[in-house]
Design a protein around this ligand. Structure first.
Ligand code: NOJ
Length: 718
């Protein structure tokens, strides 16, 4: 028996036993921050015990709107009323979308995944939690773990990309960082794994649309990151807006209880997405708000975000018998358990102190550096100290887009531009050429006088994030024209691409001598990029998503099963047979990224070519390793990747599945043996019923630089 858990249980039951039905439902109610004259009535609702949690922002797509400085005094006043004047004295849980930074903004989550450095990601989320809790935020709606194969979806920027293994690694890192080593401490913040589930599969990348996901895909692709978050101790989960196969997740017992709780082992509480409960009417599974409330709570949805459906209708639902009070008690029990575990009763108030953010900014710069992916480099980077550099393009003087979407508290005016940072590094050897406009005439002379032209291009943050899907994932026509024009000067050109999502690269990569994909990388983006351009650091990011040649090749993802016909385009087998008009092999595949040196891999060696299933079941692991040699002149980091292929199984398995990665610094001329221990958890898959199976047979093991590696060995499970 765990005494802490028992104590919590006793405390929870003691509180519940004294609560009225109305007060219980109040704990399940999460309105957003009141505006203007709404504040007084809001305080009265707190006084009556009708508000269990407050969403510290305004509007469903808060990440797209300016929210203003957090009014700590106001929230403290609400808390005082809750603790001192409400019937049960239960503190309010304050939640905010602290997605990839608070005052210090870190790279967008997709970029973080590109770092392939979960340890650093975890450290950065610790910084984020320290800043956010200082402003009284108890709960953040992150990590967003939606696997996504469609770059048109604006929210692809908020997640870990296309791979479940990377998704799981990021989930552990973020939950660990946000919640810290002890969730009851005042600088630990509750994490919320979202959006459960399948939201990233919205049809056509159109936000909030339907999804069609087989159970087999759900268990193998969409669920692993959530399982990892649960295992890492995430105490809350947010349900998703979408339906899966005709079932809105908000009202689905299958997804919220049978899979999330029974299969994945989640025992915290589930919050709805914004207004999702009443949206069941629009989705066509309920006719009245009372039905919406009943369906949702009976499905296992504990807290209602914003739409007042629970607080206004659940009492009636209990009276009419569609919801039992026991179901409400169970939801309240979950909410109170989390509040107690989070130490909310011990430290309910914000005590905003002056924070020295110097080390947070340093971490942000380190992560921005590690997230940047060098896609191409034909003898131009790093730029020689003596070179005259022309800097051109709409991102040369840009600040706000560097921060990315879902930046509620970061300040654009405090964000250095690329021009400022490069000028610091290059001094008067830098020409900033018409950087704020794309007008051309006056640039000719300056370009002609430069040795290297850096084109700072990309997409605006306003084209990314919630409700911001695009149908065209190429960069804008004027930027394409700029690249073409720059090329005509016969200078070396470097494309620095500030994008949130993967963009179609075919049209532009051929015209650039070097390409660095730097994402929307936060407060320190510009400094990190300048460091990379001038060789102060070597790029080490790797793609967590495929970069297609054209938008029309979507969906294009690496962990695809094999066709029976000879048309496995991703892996280069007869791509011409896929489309007669274009080559659908990726422009840059999953896991790809270069640096300022070369690495050579030995063939992988496995300690044994056979392992028995019973040994695996008993916990035995097998080691596979390869020697990786840095053959160049620069010390740099390599992300060594392990993929497997289950050659023949009872269900088709992907042609490659990532099962390990290690980011390793290797000195110039040095060799490092990189080893991976693989075991039962790595070698199996889930069947359509969600049972994990490991089958006998051959498994290919690949160790290499990206998913296209053919550097392989084979073992057999006997
Ligand atoms: C809607 C978004 O889908 C969700 O991610 C966010 O946390 C909530 N709004 C609250 O802002």
């Amino acid at each position: 028996m765990n005494t802490m858990t028992d104590d919590v249980k006793v405390r929870v039951e003691k509180i519940i036993s004294k609560m009225s039905l109305r007060a219980k439902i109040g704990q399940l109610n999460q309105p957003e921050t009141p505006v203007g004259s709404e504040a007084e009535e809001f305080k009265n609702a707190v006084r009556r015990g009708e508000i269990g949690s407050v969403l510290m922002s305004v509007g469903a797509t808060a990440g797209n709107d300016a929210q203003g400085e957090i009014n700590v005094d106001f929230y403290n006043e609400l808390q005082r009323i809750a603790v001192e004047e409400s019937p049960d004295g239960i503190p309010i849980l304050f939640g905010r979308d602290v997605i990839h930074g608070h005052k210090t903004v870190f790279p967008i989550p997709l970029a973080m995944a590109a770092s392939f450095n979960p340890e650093l990601v975890g450290k950065c989320y610790r910084d984020i939690a320290v800043e956010a809790t200082n402003d009284g935020i108890h709960w953040t709606f992150t990590p967003m773990l939606d696997l996504c194969r469609d770059p048109r979806w604006g929210r692809i920027i908020e997640g870990p990309g296309e791979d479940p293994y990377v998704g799981a690694a990021i989930a552990r890192a973020i939950v660990g960082g946000v919640q810290g080593d002890d969730i009851s401490k005042s600088d630990s913040m509750l994490a919320c794994a979202k959006h459960f589930i399948g939201y990233g599969a919205s049809e056509g990348g159109r936000d909030y649309h339907r999804t069609e996901i087989s159970d087999y895909s759900l268990y193998n692709y969409y669920l692993p990151a959530f399982r990892a978050a649960v295992k890492a101790g995430a105490l809350t989960v947010m349900s998703s807006f979408n339906d899966v196969n005709g079932q809105p997740v908000t009202s689905s017992k299958k997804y919220l209880t049978d899979i999330l709780r029974d299969k994945a082992g989640f025992d915290g509480f589930v919050v709805s997405d914004y207004d999702a409960v009443t949206q069941l009417i629009k989705q066509g599974v309920a006719e009245t708000p009372e039905q919406c409330a009943a369906l949702s709570i009976n499905a296992g949805l504990d807290m209602d975000m914003h739409d007042r459906c629970y607080i206004d209708y659940l009492e009636n639902a209990v009276k009419s018998g569609t919801v039992s009070e026991a179901v409400i008690d169970e939801a309240v029990r979950r909410v109170l358990t989390v509040k107690i575990k989070a130490g909310l009763f011990e430290h309910p108030f914000a005590e905003r102190k002056e924070l020295d953010r110097t080390s947070h900014l340093a971490d942000a710069r380190a992560l921005a550096t590690e997230s940047a992916v060098l896609l191409k480099n034909e003898g131009v980077l790093p730029i020689a100290k003596s070179a005259k550099v022309g800097l051109i393009g709409p991102f040369a003087n840009e600040r706000r887009s560097l921060l990315g979407s879902w930046t509620l508290d970061g300040k654009a005016e405090e964000t250095p531009t690329l021009a400022e940072e490069m000028r610091k590094a290059a001094g008067d050897k830098l020409n900033v050429i018409n950087s704020s406009t794309l007008a051309w005439d006056s640039t000719n002379k300056n370009i002609a006088a430069s040795d290297v032209v850096v084109l700072a291009i990309g997409e605006s943050w306003t084209a990314t994030g919630e409700s911001r899907a695009v149908s065209d994932i190429t960069i804008s026509a004027d930027q394409k024209a700029l690249i073409k024009k720059a090329k005509t000067y016969g200078k070396k050109t470097v494309g620095v691409i500030f994008c949130g999502r993967p963009i179609a690269m075919e049209e532009i990569s051929g015209d650039l001598d070097a390409v660095v994909y730097v994402w929307h990388a936060g407060s320190e983006a510009a400094g990190a990029v300048s460091d990379i351009l001038f060789g102060v650091s070597s790029p080490s990011g790797r793609l967590p998503v495929t970069l297609p040649r054209r938008a029309t090749h979507i969906p294009l993802y690496y962990n695809v099963t094999s066709s029976g016909r000879p048309v496995d385009c991703y892996y280069g087998e007869n791509p011409g047979n896929c489309y007669v008009d274009s080559m659908p092999v990726p422009c840059y595949p999953f896991g790809f990224g270069l640096t300022y040196t070369e690495f050579e891999y030995s063939a992988p060696v496995c300690e044994s070519d056979k392992i028995s299933l019973s040994d695996l079941e008993a916990g035995k692991r097998i080691t596979v390793s390869a020697d990786v040699k840095n053959t160049g002149a620069v010390t740099a980091k390599e992300t060594v990747q392990l993929y497997i292929r289950d050659v023949c199984a009872s269900l088709m398995r992907p042609m490659r599945e990532l099962k390990g990665f290690k980011k390793t610094q290797i000195a110039s001329g040095g060799t490092v043996k990189v080893s991976f221990d693989i075991g039962y958890d790595d070698l199996g898959f889930y069947d359509e019923s969600g049972n994990y199976v490991v089958e006998k047979g051959k498994i290919k093991l690949f160790i290499g630089k990206n998913c296209l590696t053919e550097n392989q060995t084979e073992i057999e499970i006997i």
